[in-house]
Write a protein that binds this ligand. Structure first.
Ligand code: BGC
Length: 469
Protein backbone atom coordinates (compact mmCIF):
# COMPACT_ATOMS: atom_id res chain seq x y z
CA UNK A 1 0.00 0.00 0.00
CA UNK A 2 1.50 3.33 -0.84
CA UNK A 3 2.14 5.92 1.84
CA UNK A 4 -0.58 8.36 0.79
CA UNK A 5 -3.29 5.72 0.91
CA UNK A 6 -2.12 4.63 4.33
CA UNK A 7 -2.30 8.17 5.72
CA UNK A 8 -5.73 8.60 4.18
CA UNK A 9 -7.01 5.41 5.76
CA UNK A 10 -5.72 6.25 9.20
CA UNK A 11 -7.24 9.73 8.93
CA UNK A 12 -10.57 8.16 7.99
CA UNK A 13 -10.45 5.72 10.88
CA UNK A 14 -9.95 8.67 13.26
CA UNK A 15 -13.13 10.32 12.02
CA UNK A 16 -15.64 8.44 14.21
CA UNK A 17 -13.48 9.23 17.22
CA UNK A 18 -13.34 12.93 16.33
CA UNK A 19 -17.10 12.91 15.81
CA UNK A 20 -17.65 11.31 19.18
CA UNK A 21 -15.26 13.66 20.94
CA UNK A 22 -16.89 16.78 19.42
CA UNK A 23 -20.33 15.49 20.27
CA UNK A 24 -19.39 14.69 23.86
CA UNK A 25 -17.81 18.13 24.26
CA UNK A 26 -20.95 19.88 22.95
CA UNK A 27 -23.15 17.71 25.14
CA UNK A 28 -21.38 18.82 28.30
CA UNK A 29 -20.83 22.42 27.25
CA UNK A 30 -24.50 22.94 26.37
CA UNK A 31 -26.63 20.63 28.50
CA UNK A 32 -30.35 20.72 27.76
CA UNK A 33 -31.42 21.24 31.35
CA UNK A 34 -34.63 19.53 32.44
CA UNK A 35 -36.16 19.94 35.86
CA UNK A 36 -38.46 17.36 37.35
CA UNK A 37 -41.36 19.64 38.22
CA UNK A 38 -43.21 16.85 40.02
CA UNK A 39 -40.43 16.96 42.63
CA UNK A 40 -40.41 20.74 42.97
CA UNK A 41 -42.41 22.74 45.47
CA UNK A 42 -43.07 25.99 43.58
CA UNK A 43 -44.30 27.61 46.82
CA UNK A 44 -40.75 27.47 48.06
CA UNK A 45 -39.65 30.83 46.68
CA UNK A 46 -38.33 34.11 48.02
CA UNK A 47 -37.92 37.61 46.62
CA UNK A 48 -36.19 40.70 47.97
CA UNK A 49 -38.26 43.50 49.50
CA UNK A 50 -37.31 46.07 46.90
CA UNK A 51 -38.05 43.79 43.95
CA UNK A 52 -39.68 45.43 40.91
CA UNK A 53 -42.95 43.62 40.26
CA UNK A 54 -44.26 44.69 36.90
CA UNK A 55 -46.07 44.17 33.65
CA UNK A 56 -45.06 45.37 30.22
CA UNK A 57 -46.55 46.56 26.93
CA UNK A 58 -45.34 48.43 23.82
CA UNK A 59 -46.93 51.46 22.16
CA UNK A 60 -47.80 49.94 18.78
CA UNK A 61 -49.33 46.88 20.39
CA UNK A 62 -51.74 48.60 22.76
CA UNK A 63 -52.17 52.33 22.15
CA UNK A 64 -54.11 52.43 18.90
CA UNK A 65 -53.91 54.88 16.01
CA UNK A 66 -50.23 54.39 15.34
CA UNK A 67 -50.61 55.35 11.71
CA UNK A 68 -47.29 56.91 10.90
CA UNK A 69 -44.72 54.20 11.49
CA UNK A 70 -42.84 51.40 9.71
CA UNK A 71 -45.27 48.88 11.20
CA UNK A 72 -48.38 50.85 10.24
CA UNK A 73 -47.22 50.71 6.61
CA UNK A 74 -46.11 47.07 6.86
CA UNK A 75 -49.33 45.70 8.33
CA UNK A 76 -51.32 47.07 5.38
CA UNK A 77 -49.10 45.44 2.75
CA UNK A 78 -49.34 42.09 0.99
CA UNK A 79 -46.42 39.72 0.52
CA UNK A 80 -45.07 38.43 -2.80
CA UNK A 81 -47.85 35.78 -2.89
CA UNK A 82 -50.54 38.41 -2.49
CA UNK A 83 -51.26 37.42 1.11
CA UNK A 84 -51.50 39.95 3.93
CA UNK A 85 -48.27 40.46 5.86
CA UNK A 86 -50.10 39.82 9.12
CA UNK A 87 -51.13 36.15 9.16
CA UNK A 88 -54.64 36.89 10.41
CA UNK A 89 -55.15 39.81 8.02
CA UNK A 90 -55.47 42.14 11.05
CA UNK A 91 -54.19 45.68 11.22
CA UNK A 92 -53.37 47.15 14.60
CA UNK A 93 -56.03 49.88 14.24
CA UNK A 94 -57.45 50.99 17.56
CA UNK A 95 -55.59 48.18 19.35
CA UNK A 96 -56.56 48.19 23.04
CA UNK A 97 -56.96 51.97 22.88
CA UNK A 98 -54.60 52.50 25.77
CA UNK A 99 -53.96 56.01 24.48
CA UNK A 100 -57.38 56.93 25.85
CA UNK A 101 -57.83 54.23 28.44
CA UNK A 102 -54.52 54.46 30.28
CA UNK A 103 -56.16 55.44 33.55
CA UNK A 104 -58.33 52.36 33.40
CA UNK A 105 -55.20 50.28 32.76
CA UNK A 106 -53.48 51.80 35.77
CA UNK A 107 -56.46 50.62 37.80
CA UNK A 108 -55.75 47.12 36.51
CA UNK A 109 -52.13 47.42 37.58
CA UNK A 110 -53.30 48.33 41.05
CA UNK A 111 -55.60 45.34 41.12
CA UNK A 112 -52.59 43.16 40.25
CA UNK A 113 -50.49 44.81 42.93
CA UNK A 114 -47.55 45.57 40.63
CA UNK A 115 -45.22 48.41 41.54
CA UNK A 116 -43.79 49.09 38.07
CA UNK A 117 -44.94 49.37 34.46
CA UNK A 118 -42.77 49.06 31.37
CA UNK A 119 -44.12 50.78 28.26
CA UNK A 120 -42.68 52.31 25.11
CA UNK A 121 -43.01 55.74 23.54
CA UNK A 122 -44.44 55.98 20.04
CA UNK A 123 -41.65 57.89 18.34
CA UNK A 124 -43.87 58.28 15.27
CA UNK A 125 -46.49 60.16 17.30
CA UNK A 126 -43.93 62.34 19.06
CA UNK A 127 -41.94 63.22 15.94
CA UNK A 128 -44.37 62.77 13.04
CA UNK A 129 -41.87 64.35 10.65
CA UNK A 130 -38.21 65.13 10.91
CA UNK A 131 -38.69 68.72 11.96
CA UNK A 132 -41.75 68.47 14.17
CA UNK A 133 -42.11 67.43 17.78
CA UNK A 134 -45.75 67.10 18.69
CA UNK A 135 -46.53 68.79 21.98
CA UNK A 136 -49.81 66.91 22.50
CA UNK A 137 -48.05 63.58 22.22
CA UNK A 138 -45.31 64.67 24.60
CA UNK A 139 -47.95 65.92 27.00
CA UNK A 140 -49.79 62.60 26.75
CA UNK A 141 -46.79 60.71 28.09
CA UNK A 142 -46.40 63.34 30.82
CA UNK A 143 -49.94 62.50 31.86
CA UNK A 144 -49.28 58.76 31.79
CA UNK A 145 -46.11 59.09 33.85
CA UNK A 146 -47.79 61.36 36.38
CA UNK A 147 -50.77 59.04 36.72
CA UNK A 148 -48.47 56.06 37.28
CA UNK A 149 -46.48 57.87 39.93
CA UNK A 150 -49.61 59.09 41.65
CA UNK A 151 -50.61 55.45 42.00
CA UNK A 152 -47.24 54.34 43.33
CA UNK A 153 -46.17 52.67 40.10
CA UNK A 154 -42.61 53.17 38.88
CA UNK A 155 -42.48 53.88 35.14
CA UNK A 156 -39.90 52.16 32.93
CA UNK A 157 -39.63 53.57 29.41
CA UNK A 158 -38.50 51.79 26.26
CA UNK A 159 -37.30 54.20 23.59
CA UNK A 160 -37.46 51.83 20.63
CA UNK A 161 -39.77 48.83 20.64
CA UNK A 162 -39.63 47.68 16.98
CA UNK A 163 -41.37 50.77 15.58
CA UNK A 164 -40.18 54.16 14.36
CA UNK A 165 -41.56 56.97 12.17
CA UNK A 166 -42.08 56.25 8.51
CA UNK A 167 -39.74 59.14 7.55
CA UNK A 168 -36.97 57.38 9.49
CA UNK A 169 -37.74 54.08 7.73
CA UNK A 170 -37.64 55.84 4.36
CA UNK A 171 -34.17 57.16 5.16
CA UNK A 172 -33.06 53.55 5.63
CA UNK A 173 -33.52 53.39 9.41
CA UNK A 174 -30.62 51.59 11.11
CA UNK A 175 -29.25 50.28 7.81
CA UNK A 176 -27.62 53.65 7.49
CA UNK A 177 -25.12 54.79 10.09
CA UNK A 178 -25.93 58.43 9.28
CA UNK A 179 -29.40 57.94 10.76
CA UNK A 180 -28.23 57.08 14.26
CA UNK A 181 -28.25 60.79 15.04
CA UNK A 182 -32.03 60.99 14.62
CA UNK A 183 -32.58 58.30 17.22
CA UNK A 184 -30.15 59.96 19.61
CA UNK A 185 -31.86 63.35 19.13
CA UNK A 186 -35.29 61.88 19.76
CA UNK A 187 -33.99 60.12 22.87
CA UNK A 188 -32.40 63.29 24.20
CA UNK A 189 -35.61 65.23 23.67
CA UNK A 190 -37.86 62.81 25.57
CA UNK A 191 -35.25 62.14 28.20
CA UNK A 192 -34.91 65.85 28.97
CA UNK A 193 -38.63 66.01 29.47
CA UNK A 194 -39.22 62.93 31.63
CA UNK A 195 -35.92 62.24 33.38
CA UNK A 196 -36.99 63.96 36.60
CA UNK A 197 -39.72 61.34 37.04
CA UNK A 198 -38.50 58.26 35.18
CA UNK A 199 -35.62 56.31 36.65
CA UNK A 200 -35.54 53.24 34.37
CA UNK A 201 -34.86 53.51 30.64
CA UNK A 202 -34.40 50.83 27.99
CA UNK A 203 -32.83 52.06 24.75
CA UNK A 204 -33.76 49.19 22.42
CA UNK A 205 -36.13 46.33 22.81
CA UNK A 206 -34.56 43.15 21.44
CA UNK A 207 -32.27 44.26 18.61
CA UNK A 208 -31.93 40.53 17.80
CA UNK A 209 -35.69 40.04 17.25
CA UNK A 210 -35.99 43.27 15.27
CA UNK A 211 -33.10 42.14 13.04
CA UNK A 212 -33.91 38.46 12.60
CA UNK A 213 -37.57 39.36 12.05
CA UNK A 214 -36.69 41.99 9.45
CA UNK A 215 -33.76 40.37 7.63
CA UNK A 216 -33.92 36.59 8.19
CA UNK A 217 -37.48 35.45 8.87
CA UNK A 218 -38.90 38.44 6.96
CA UNK A 219 -42.09 38.64 9.00
CA UNK A 220 -41.11 42.11 10.25
CA UNK A 221 -40.40 45.19 8.15
CA UNK A 222 -38.45 45.71 5.95
CA UNK A 223 -38.91 41.97 5.25
CA UNK A 224 -35.89 41.50 2.98
CA UNK A 225 -33.74 38.41 3.52
CA UNK A 226 -30.22 39.72 3.84
CA UNK A 227 -27.73 38.37 6.37
CA UNK A 228 -25.28 41.03 5.21
CA UNK A 229 -27.63 43.93 5.98
CA UNK A 230 -28.52 42.23 9.27
CA UNK A 231 -24.87 42.53 10.34
CA UNK A 232 -24.79 46.22 9.44
CA UNK A 233 -27.99 46.88 11.39
CA UNK A 234 -26.64 45.03 14.43
CA UNK A 235 -23.56 47.21 14.42
CA UNK A 236 -25.54 50.44 13.96
CA UNK A 237 -28.05 49.65 16.68
CA UNK A 238 -25.27 48.80 19.12
CA UNK A 239 -23.55 52.06 18.19
CA UNK A 240 -26.83 53.93 18.64
CA UNK A 241 -27.20 52.42 22.08
CA UNK A 242 -23.71 53.48 23.17
CA UNK A 243 -24.19 57.04 21.88
CA UNK A 244 -27.59 57.37 23.48
CA UNK A 245 -26.38 56.00 26.79
CA UNK A 246 -23.50 58.46 26.92
CA UNK A 247 -25.65 61.46 25.97
CA UNK A 248 -28.38 60.68 28.46
CA UNK A 249 -26.10 59.80 31.36
CA UNK A 250 -24.26 63.10 30.93
CA UNK A 251 -27.40 64.92 31.95
CA UNK A 252 -28.64 62.64 34.72
CA UNK A 253 -26.11 60.14 36.03
CA UNK A 254 -28.50 58.66 38.58
CA UNK A 255 -30.95 57.10 36.10
CA UNK A 256 -30.64 53.45 35.17
CA UNK A 257 -30.23 52.77 31.47
CA UNK A 258 -30.14 49.34 29.91
CA UNK A 259 -30.80 47.44 26.71
CA UNK A 260 -33.31 44.62 26.38
CA UNK A 261 -32.10 41.28 25.09
CA UNK A 262 -34.32 38.42 23.99
CA UNK A 263 -32.76 35.08 24.86
CA UNK A 264 -33.90 31.77 23.43
CA UNK A 265 -31.98 28.52 23.74
CA UNK A 266 -31.37 26.73 20.45
CA UNK A 267 -31.20 22.97 20.81
CA UNK A 268 -30.09 20.40 18.25
CA UNK A 269 -33.18 18.34 17.39
CA UNK A 270 -31.02 15.20 17.51
CA UNK A 271 -28.29 15.54 20.06
CA UNK A 272 -26.13 12.94 18.28
CA UNK A 273 -26.21 14.87 14.99
CA UNK A 274 -23.35 17.31 14.45
CA UNK A 275 -25.25 19.05 11.65
CA UNK A 276 -28.09 19.87 14.04
CA UNK A 277 -25.52 21.07 16.56
CA UNK A 278 -23.93 23.32 13.97
CA UNK A 279 -27.22 25.01 13.09
CA UNK A 280 -28.12 25.40 16.77
CA UNK A 281 -24.75 26.91 17.70
CA UNK A 282 -24.66 29.26 14.69
CA UNK A 283 -28.19 30.47 15.49
CA UNK A 284 -27.37 30.97 19.14
CA UNK A 285 -24.25 32.92 18.23
CA UNK A 286 -26.15 35.23 15.90
CA UNK A 287 -29.24 35.63 18.06
CA UNK A 288 -27.85 35.62 21.59
CA UNK A 289 -24.14 36.27 21.37
CA UNK A 290 -23.89 39.16 18.90
CA UNK A 291 -25.33 41.59 21.44
CA UNK A 292 -24.18 39.87 24.64
CA UNK A 293 -20.52 39.59 23.64
CA UNK A 294 -20.50 43.29 22.70
CA UNK A 295 -21.52 44.29 26.21
CA UNK A 296 -19.33 41.63 27.83
CA UNK A 297 -16.10 42.16 25.92
CA UNK A 298 -16.56 45.27 23.75
CA UNK A 299 -16.51 43.21 20.55
CA UNK A 300 -19.45 42.25 18.42
CA UNK A 301 -18.73 39.14 16.37
CA UNK A 302 -21.49 38.48 13.91
CA UNK A 303 -20.95 35.36 11.84
CA UNK A 304 -22.97 33.30 9.41
CA UNK A 305 -20.39 30.77 8.10
CA UNK A 306 -19.90 30.71 4.32
CA UNK A 307 -22.09 33.80 3.92
CA UNK A 308 -21.01 36.80 5.90
CA UNK A 309 -19.23 38.05 8.97
CA UNK A 310 -18.83 41.38 10.67
CA UNK A 311 -16.85 42.46 13.65
CA UNK A 312 -16.93 45.71 15.53
CA UNK A 313 -15.14 46.76 18.70
CA UNK A 314 -15.80 49.55 21.15
CA UNK A 315 -14.02 48.81 24.41
CA UNK A 316 -16.25 51.24 26.27
CA UNK A 317 -19.38 49.23 25.46
CA UNK A 318 -19.35 47.17 28.70
CA UNK A 319 -19.60 50.45 30.61
CA UNK A 320 -22.70 51.61 28.75
CA UNK A 321 -25.34 49.56 30.50
CA UNK A 322 -26.51 49.89 34.08
CA UNK A 323 -28.64 46.76 33.80
CA UNK A 324 -29.40 44.13 31.24
CA UNK A 325 -33.08 43.65 30.43
CA UNK A 326 -33.85 40.00 29.81
CA UNK A 327 -36.86 38.85 27.80
CA UNK A 328 -37.40 35.13 28.00
CA UNK A 329 -40.06 32.99 26.33
CA UNK A 330 -38.82 29.48 25.41
CA UNK A 331 -36.39 27.41 23.37
CA UNK A 332 -36.36 25.99 19.83
CA UNK A 333 -35.00 22.81 18.28
CA UNK A 334 -33.33 22.93 14.87
CA UNK A 335 -32.67 20.25 12.28
CA UNK A 336 -29.81 20.41 9.81
CA UNK A 337 -30.41 21.55 6.25
CA UNK A 338 -27.92 23.08 3.80
CA UNK A 339 -30.41 25.93 3.38
CA UNK A 340 -30.08 28.02 6.55
CA UNK A 341 -33.60 29.44 6.21
CA UNK A 342 -35.08 25.94 6.17
CA UNK A 343 -32.82 24.75 8.97
CA UNK A 344 -33.97 27.54 11.26
CA UNK A 345 -37.66 26.88 11.03
CA UNK A 346 -38.75 26.52 14.60
CA UNK A 347 -39.43 22.97 15.76
CA UNK A 348 -41.10 22.56 19.14
CA UNK A 349 -39.02 20.58 21.61
CA UNK A 350 -40.53 17.11 21.91
CA UNK A 351 -42.28 16.01 25.08
CA UNK A 352 -43.11 19.51 26.29
CA UNK A 353 -46.48 21.22 26.41
CA UNK A 354 -47.09 23.85 23.72
CA UNK A 355 -47.93 27.51 24.18
CA UNK A 356 -50.17 29.01 21.48
CA UNK A 357 -47.01 30.30 19.79
CA UNK A 358 -44.84 27.81 17.89
CA UNK A 359 -42.77 27.03 20.97
CA UNK A 360 -43.18 25.04 24.18
CA UNK A 361 -43.45 25.81 27.87
CA UNK A 362 -39.92 25.58 29.27
CA UNK A 363 -39.74 27.57 32.51
CA UNK A 364 -36.36 26.19 33.55
CA UNK A 365 -35.03 27.94 30.46
CA UNK A 366 -35.37 31.27 32.25
CA UNK A 367 -32.76 30.02 34.72
CA UNK A 368 -30.43 29.16 31.83
CA UNK A 369 -31.04 32.58 30.26
CA UNK A 370 -30.25 34.28 33.57
CA UNK A 371 -26.96 32.34 33.79
CA UNK A 372 -26.12 33.48 30.27
CA UNK A 373 -26.79 37.20 30.68
CA UNK A 374 -25.25 37.25 34.16
CA UNK A 375 -21.85 36.89 32.46
CA UNK A 376 -22.12 40.61 31.70
CA UNK A 377 -21.63 41.26 35.38
CA UNK A 378 -24.56 43.70 35.53
CA UNK A 379 -27.83 43.64 37.44
CA UNK A 380 -30.56 41.78 35.57
CA UNK A 381 -34.14 42.94 35.15
CA UNK A 382 -36.51 40.44 33.57
CA UNK A 383 -38.24 42.90 31.29
CA UNK A 384 -40.57 40.32 29.70
CA UNK A 385 -41.77 36.81 30.36
CA UNK A 386 -45.19 35.47 29.52
CA UNK A 387 -47.32 32.95 27.66
CA UNK A 388 -49.79 33.09 24.78
CA UNK A 389 -52.65 31.00 26.16
CA UNK A 390 -56.10 31.78 24.76
CA UNK A 391 -57.72 28.93 26.73
CA UNK A 392 -56.03 30.14 29.90
CA UNK A 393 -55.39 26.57 30.97
CA UNK A 394 -51.58 26.88 31.23
CA UNK A 395 -50.98 30.47 32.38
CA UNK A 396 -51.24 29.91 36.13
CA UNK A 397 -48.78 27.02 36.14
CA UNK A 398 -46.47 28.90 33.79
CA UNK A 399 -46.36 31.89 36.14
CA UNK A 400 -45.69 29.75 39.21
CA UNK A 401 -42.95 27.72 37.59
CA UNK A 402 -41.25 30.69 35.91
CA UNK A 403 -41.20 32.68 39.12
CA UNK A 404 -39.93 29.67 41.03
CA UNK A 405 -37.01 29.49 38.56
CA UNK A 406 -36.35 33.22 39.02
CA UNK A 407 -36.46 32.86 42.79
CA UNK A 408 -34.05 29.93 42.65
CA UNK A 409 -31.66 32.05 40.58
CA UNK A 410 -31.85 34.81 43.20
CA UNK A 411 -31.16 32.27 45.96
CA UNK A 412 -28.20 31.00 43.94
CA UNK A 413 -26.75 34.49 43.99
CA UNK A 414 -27.77 36.05 40.69
CA UNK A 415 -28.45 39.77 40.92
CA UNK A 416 -32.04 40.04 39.65
CA UNK A 417 -33.85 43.27 40.37
CA UNK A 418 -37.29 42.79 38.86
CA UNK A 419 -39.77 40.78 36.81
CA UNK A 420 -42.26 42.17 34.26
CA UNK A 421 -44.99 39.90 33.03
CA UNK A 422 -45.77 40.17 29.30
CA UNK A 423 -48.37 41.41 28.99
CA UNK A 424 -50.79 43.49 31.03
CA UNK A 425 -53.52 43.19 28.39
CA UNK A 426 -54.11 41.29 25.14
CA UNK A 427 -52.58 43.17 22.27
CA UNK A 428 -51.42 43.24 18.66
CA UNK A 429 -48.88 40.44 18.44
CA UNK A 430 -46.97 41.68 15.37
CA UNK A 431 -47.01 39.11 12.52
CA UNK A 432 -49.58 37.02 14.44
CA UNK A 433 -52.09 39.88 14.65
CA UNK A 434 -54.68 39.62 17.39
CA UNK A 435 -54.66 35.81 17.50
CA UNK A 436 -52.18 35.52 20.38
CA UNK A 437 -53.48 36.14 23.89
CA UNK A 438 -50.64 37.13 26.17
CA UNK A 439 -52.73 39.35 28.46
CA UNK A 440 -53.17 38.96 32.19
CA UNK A 441 -56.39 40.68 31.20
CA UNK A 442 -58.47 39.51 28.29
CA UNK A 443 -59.51 42.37 26.01
CA UNK A 444 -62.74 42.46 24.04
CA UNK A 445 -61.53 44.54 21.09
CA UNK A 446 -65.12 45.53 20.16
CA UNK A 447 -66.08 47.00 23.52
CA UNK A 448 -62.56 47.54 24.91
CA UNK A 449 -63.61 45.76 28.07
CA UNK A 450 -60.83 44.17 30.11
CA UNK A 451 -61.36 41.03 32.18
CA UNK A 452 -58.90 39.37 34.55
CA UNK A 453 -58.00 35.86 33.43
CA UNK A 454 -58.23 33.12 36.06
CA UNK A 455 -54.60 32.04 35.56
CA UNK A 456 -53.41 35.59 36.27
CA UNK A 457 -54.53 35.21 39.89
CA UNK A 458 -51.33 33.26 40.51
CA UNK A 459 -49.38 36.41 39.76
CA UNK A 460 -51.55 38.43 42.13
CA UNK A 461 -50.99 35.84 44.87
CA UNK A 462 -47.22 35.82 44.49
CA UNK A 463 -46.99 39.61 44.41
CA UNK A 464 -49.21 39.84 47.49
CA UNK A 465 -46.87 37.53 49.35
CA UNK A 466 -43.69 39.40 48.52
CA UNK A 467 -44.37 42.98 47.55
CA UNK A 468 -43.85 45.05 50.62
CA UNK A 469 -44.10 48.41 48.81
C1 BGC B 1 -41.61 41.37 22.16
C2 BGC B 1 -43.06 41.69 22.37
C3 BGC B 1 -43.92 40.51 21.93
C4 BGC B 1 -43.54 39.32 22.82
C5 BGC B 1 -44.37 38.08 22.61
C6 BGC B 1 -41.22 39.97 22.56
O1 BGC B 1 -40.30 39.49 21.65
O2 BGC B 1 -40.81 42.32 22.80
O3 BGC B 1 -43.37 42.86 21.66
O4 BGC B 1 -45.27 40.77 21.98
O5 BGC B 1 -42.21 39.00 22.54
O6 BGC B 1 -44.15 37.48 21.42
Amino acid sequence: MNKLLKTLLSALSALPLAYLATNTYLHFKHPQTKWDWSEIDTEDSEFPDDFLWGTATAAHQVEGNNENSNWAAWEKQKNENGEPRIKTGDVSGKAANQWELYEKDIELMKELGVNSYRFSLAWSKIQPDKDTFNEDALQHYDDVINALLKNGIEPMITLHHFTHPIWFEELGAFENEENIKYFVEFSQRVFARYKDRVKYWCTFNEPNVYITGGYFITEFPPGIYSPVTAGIVFENILKAHVKTYKELKKHEPTVQIGIVQSTFQFEPLRRWHLGDWAIARISSNIFNETTLSFFRTGTMNYLLPFETSRSYTDLEAPNTIDFIGLNYYSHHAYKFDFDFRKATQSIAVEGEEMTDMSYTIYPEGIYRAIEEVSKLGKPIIITENGIADAKDDRRGKFIKQSLYAVSKAIKDGFDIRGYYYWSLIDNFEWAEGYSMKFGLYEVDFETQERKLREGSKEYIEIIKKFNSK
